[in-house]
Design a protein around this ligand. Structure first.
Ligand SMILES: NC(=O)c1ccc[n+]([C@@H]2O[C@H](COP(=O)([O-])OP(=O)(O)OC[C@H]3O[C@@H](n4cnc5c(N)ncnc54)[C@H](OP(=O)(O)O)[C@@H]3O)[C@@H](O)[C@H]2O)c1
Length: 360
């Protein structure tokens, strides 16, 4: 699938490319593990030239430099900004000691959007993400403020990132009942090395017609192919912050490498293709510290995984989900369907029901 074959982002009228571009590594500021302004612009140009249109940043990335790099890039190229879907996030506090400098309260959201629009040199954002759960602010205050920003023309669509499913469901229900702007997508950690989102948030997204937008789709580069058992990773800025894979993670990395070798593709491409094979609309945000990373990752759009590849990858990466997920799978279908097949789902009969025909 080419980058310019667009998909609709959740229950909305917004069309985005099948891979978003992450700008978290734009800038060489402390803690970023990022790249220079020039390399960031090369990455951005390559992505846009191939028809990519969905760019992800945050007020907090590289202390605001990521937004500034994007703003300067588009300001120097009149006419291009309005053809991209520019997304940023609020929550991160850039002002040490100021309790209202971040979070999701009314005053802080309004201050943060103004700062983001200033750095991005634009009048509006296409998608505005809540970056994290603000447990000190009522969710109705956050949702009402976001709706006000939509009505004021400062943002167009709203999504959540890193929030618990119960809170996300509460926010969505509130928005729908109040006639406020609903959430169209959830930005979640999701990869072959991070699948616990499948327990609560992914089913919520499916139920509510929200797209899933996975962050760290290569789990900080662990799935890129450059992490190999027993070999030192020499070309990485991120590894200094995140260390290396665990033994359990290497089992998945090995399985990905085996599929990649069979297909003549990179591990990065296979990992991203696996994400795209997941149910519903899944739009991974690709990360790149070098132009070559972007090119290797975009190749994930051309990889076709056969059923046996998917089965092997699904099995080796199977997540351990929190209660009540374990009792909502085959135990549920056994108790509910008693051996019948429903909507393609097979079930078995609860054994005691077969041991006696007596019913009361
Ligand atoms: N909502 C959130 O909380 C949240 C959190 C994190 C990220 N995000 C978003 O998601 C985007 C992507 O996240 P991420 O950067 O963590 O993604 P990732 O793909 O898991 O990691 C990207 C890093 O892996 C390495 N890498 C990527 N592709 C490679 C390749 N083909 N070959 C070799 N190395 C490769 C590079 O680091 P090194 O070269 O330094 O090893 C690169 O900076 C971010 O830009 C941001 O927009 C959101």
């Amino acid at each position: 699938m080419p980058l310019d074959h667009y998909v609709t982002l959740g229950r909305s009228g917004l069309r985005v490319s099948p891979f978003a571009l992450g700008a978290m590594t734009f800038g060489e500021d402390p803690g970023a593990a990022g790249c220079s302004v020039e390399e960031s612009e090369r990455i951005l140009s390559a992505y846009l030239d191939r028809g990519g249109n969905f760019i992800d940043t945050a007020n907090f990335y590289t202390n605001g430099h990521s937004e500034k790099i994007l703003g300067d890039y588009f300001a120097a190229r009149p006419g291009r900004r309005q053809h991209v879907v520019l997304a940023s996030k609020f929550f991160g506090n850039l002002f040490p000691g100021d309790p209202n400098g971040g979070g999701a309260g009314r005053a802080s959201i309004i201050a943060q959007i103004h700062e983001s629009l200033r750095r991005l040199r634009t009048d509006y954002l296409d998608v505005y993400w809540l970056h994290n759960w603000d447990r000190h602010t009522p969710i109705e205050e956050t949702m009402r403020t976001l709706d006000d920003l939509v009505r004021a023309g400062k943002i167009r669509y709203v999504g959540f990132s890193n929030t618990p499913a119960w809170l996300t469901a509460q926010a969505q229900t509130l928005a729908l009942l109040k006639g406020w702007t609903p959430l169209i997508a959830l930005q979640v950690e999701y990869s072959l090395l991070a699948r616990t989102v499948e327990g609560e948030l992914a089913p919520l997204a499916a139920d509510q017609g929200m797209a899933l937008v996975p962050w760290s789709p290569l789990r900080n580069g662990f799935l890129s192919g450059k992490y190999r058992r027993g070999a030192e990773v020499t070309d990485s800025a991120r590894s200094a912050f995140v260390g290396g894979p665990s033994e359990r993670e290497y089992e998945v990395i090995d399985a990905v490498a085996a599929v990649a070798d069979e297909l003549g593709a990179s591990s990065a491409a296979v990992s991203l293709a696996w994400l795209r094979s997941r149910p519903g609309t899944v739009v991974p945000i690709v990360g790149a510290r070098r132009l070559e990373h972007l090119e290797s990752n975009l190749a994930g759009l051309d990889v076709r995984l056969a059923p046996e590849h998917l089965e092997a990858l699904d099995k080796v990466s199977e997540p351990e989900l929190n209660y009540p997920s374990p009792v909502n799978g085959s135990i549920r279908s056994m108790l509910q369907f008693a051996g019948a097949t429903v909507d393609g789902e097979e079930s078995v009969v609860y054994p005691p029901l077969l041991q006696s025909a007596v019913r009361y």
